[in-house]
Design a protein around this ligand. Structure first.
Ligand code: FES
Ligand code: FES
Length: 159
């Protein structure tokens, strides 16, 4: 029996219409259905932040949402957000501060940091740490990531 459900949404500004299994997560739909592999899958239960995407402008965990829940929504992934240049300065700061090693956590870190700086442009180091506390990095020890976000906030404040 075919239980697939038709959904229509926009992903990175492009209209998408697909039949999906009701149990498929949003991140699996993005990765396997649309080949947008920048959203990573770590814990698969909402803890690590590797699967972070934006849904209707708010960051969300792609492993905790079903694809069918996004019917009619505007979904943005790191591919789309990086493609517009929105996080170019953050990406540069991450590179300059050595804020990534394997890069597995980086898409989620960038989207979460961008969300914070949009809400709190002058976020302190402590506020940055708190905002990123739901995004795990197994490589860098976090200090360089916080520095990259803090320096981006400073630079945006001067611009
Ligand atoms: S894979 Fe979604 S939070 Fe870890
Ligand atoms: S750079 Fe490897 S997990 Fe963060």
């Amino acid at each position: 029996m075919d239980l697939a459900i038709q959904i229509s949404l926009t992903v990175n500004g492009v209209a998408v219409s697909r039949r999906v299994e009701p149990r498929q997560s949003l991140v699996d739909f993005l990765r396997y259905g649309l080949e947008l592999t920048g959203s990573h899958v770590g814990c698969e239960h909402g803890v690590c932040g590797a699967c972070t995407v934006r849904v209707d402008g708010a960051i969300a965990r792609g492993c905790l949402m079903l694809a069918v829940q996004c019917d009619g929504c505007r979904v943005e992934t790191i591919e789309g957000v990086a493609g517009t240049g929105e996080v170019f300065d953050l990406q540069q700061a991450f590179a300059q501060e050595n804020a990534l090693q394997c890069g597995f956590c980086t898409p989620g870190m960038l989207l979460t940091a961008q969300d914070l700086l949009a809400r709190k442009p002058a976020a302190s180091a402590q506020e940055i740490r708190e905002a990123l506390s739901g995004n795990y990095c197994r490589c860098t020890g976090y200090h360089a990531i916080v520095e990259a976000v803090r320096k981006t906030a400073e630079a945006r404040g001067r611009a």
